[in-house]
Design a protein around this ligand. Structure first.
Ligand SMILES: Cc1ncc(C[n+]2csc(CCOP(=O)(O)OP(=O)(O)O)c2C)c(N)n1
Ligand code: SF4
Length: 249
């Protein structure tokens, strides 16, 4: 019988601890599929953050290391410089990257560190109980903004893919989403491209992925997908913001 679909072998034989409908599970699987397709299991080091993906070293068969809050780009810098032939993939949530470790990612981009960054933007602190993140939408209710985020009080949401694209050391920046099958396939293409650029020895490649957090958003999984498609994409438009390979960056 022809096998049409199987569990990526880069994943361990265990189950994800993510909530039902969580985008992290989809994104983890996409990364694992790409590692399989590129046959780079032995050469990959995943750098995991603090957040709901903190257990991901238990899901992947790759080498893994977990960084302190927001410090994944600093840890990845040391790894990539010491082992330039390794494929280093940084994986961070929005609380971890944009709140706790904003200066780390900005300075890694300024230095043009040659690793790939997967930035999972679910507009909230998922792991710690749904507090506001710098990426929370205006008007979005969270446990720390029960009346909705107000720009005058908490500031406006941060558009990381656009921000990073303005830094010369970043050679590729794209925003994708995992709310529909088509968008999931586009997300896989973007992650693959980021990894290809690293394999070619280029500068930092950055992929922001809009991802549902039904638990933090207080929504059923299907409603969370609608919210992402109808509200989040308005604030965080999908697309390529920089691609120096095609000379538009
Ligand atoms: C220095 C410090 N600040 C904050 C926290 C609490 N904390 C742990 S994970 C996290 C943020 C998680 O949110 P995010 O990075 O968006 O990931 P998600 O869980 O949504 O995937 C926070 C605030 C902490 N443990 N230590
Ligand atoms: S709290 Fe949100 S981000 Fe965390 S596992 Fe649950 S759905 Fe995913």
């Amino acid at each position: 019988m022809k096998v049409l679909y199987k569990r990526p072998s880069a994943l361990q034989d265990t189950y994800f601890k993510y909530c039902g409908g969580c985008g992290h599970a989809i994104i983890n699987k996409l990364i694992a599929e790409i590692i399989d397709e590129k046959k780079c299991l032995e050469d990959t080091v995943m750098v995991w953050p603090i957040g709901c993906s903190v257990y991901a070293d238990q899901y992947f068969r790759t080498d893994s290391i977990c960084a302190l809050h927001g410090r994944a780009p600093a840890l990845a810098t040391g790894l990539k410089r010491a082992e330039p032939d390794k494929l280093i993939i940084v994986y961070q949530g929005d609380g971890d990257m944009v709140s706790e470790g904003m200066s780390e990612i900005i300075h890694a981009a300024i230095r043009g560190e040659k690793f790939s960054v997967i930035f999972v933007n679910n507009a909230i602190y998922g792991m710690t109980g749904g507090q506001m993140a710098p990426t929370t939408l205006e008007g979005q209710t969270t446990t720390t903004t029960p009346y909705g985020r107000k720009k005058e009080v908490e500031g406006a949401p941060v558009n990381m893919a656009e921000l990073i694209s303005n830094i010369k050391g970043c050679i590729y920046s794209e925003r994708v989403a995992v709310n529909t099958p088509g968008n999931i396939m586009a997300a896989k293409r973007a992650i693959k491209k980021a990894i290809d650029l690293q394999m070619d020895g280029k500068g930092m490649s950055f992929v922001e992925i809009l991802s549902p957090c039904p638990t933090g958003w207080g929504m059923k999984p299907t409603l969370a997908l609608d919210y992402l498609g109808e509200e989040m994409i308005k604030v965080y438009p999908l697309g390529i913001f920089k691609d120096t390979e095609v000379k538009n960056g």
